[in-house]
Design a protein around this ligand. Structure first.
Ligand code: PCA
Length: 213
């Protein structure tokens, strides 16, 4: 039994992906007597889900938290829902660019995270780290992987799973004026808190994170 956390390879012509940089820093950590297993997933529609499935089948984790970079977001985004659609604005790392395609034919339209998303947001905000519940993980590889993760998790009763998006690093934002960013140390600190809160919280808090349009 273990805790599995994943990041992604760089994509879209970038040379780093802060999700993997922050996730790989958790490698030595033990939470609740559980070792954290860290993995870097390919940013590729056709590969990411299969690689994750193999990891889950081999590790049998009790908790899985997948993490990805969300360019343009300023806060840690704890994702609520994965939707059954791929609609890529840019090609993935293998050149695939699916448009309006179901991730799993005849799969449910959406899956909800089984992480305590409100408790995670609260513990991050209490520690001075900007965080919010997000109601869209986009329609690129992150949403695709998140959907697969929740689909796979149905076969592993008791396993809790979800997805977190993080902002760009300051050095990535430099070349894109106006793009928000967060230092790697803060993102890494957030990752540790997210895992700890998810591990220790079985029933989520009943506090609002809703908003009007
Ligand atoms: N972010 C992309 C895919 C990989 C990553 O880190 C996304 O948000 O879909």
């Amino acid at each position: 039994m273990s805790i599995l956390i994943t990041g992604f390879e760089p994509f879209g012509g970038e040379t780093v992906n802060p999700s993997w940089l922050a996730v790989s820093r958790q490698q030595e950590t033990v939470i609740g007597g559980q070792h954290i297993v860290c993995a870097c997933l390919p940013t590729a529609f056709h590969l990411a889900g299969d690689v994750l499935q193999t990891l889950i089948e081999n590790q049998r984790p009790q908790l899985v938290i997948a993490v990805g970079q969300a360019t343009g977001r300023s806060t840690i985004s704890v994702e609520r829902v994965a939707i059954n659609i791929d609609d890529a604005r840019i090609p993935d790392n293998l050149g695939a660019q699916p448009i309006d395609r179901a991730i799993i034919d005849n799969g449910p339209p959406a899956y909800f995270s089984t992480l305590p998303i409100k408790a995670i947001v609260q513990s991050l905000n209490n520690s001075g780290i900007a965080a919010e519940v997000s109601n869209s993980a986009g329609t690129f590889v992150c949403n695709h992987l998140f959907y697969h993760l929740m689909h796979i998790s149905r076969r592993f009763p008791g396993m809790r799973a979800g997805f977190v998006h993080i902002p760009c690093l300051p050095e990535q934002a430099q070349s894109r004026p106006g793009t928000p960013s967060m230092p790697l140390d803060t993102i890494s600190q957030a990752m540790a808190l997210i895992v700890e809160t998810a591990w220790h919280t079985t029933d989520d808090l009943q506090i609002t994170a809703g908003r009007e349009c």
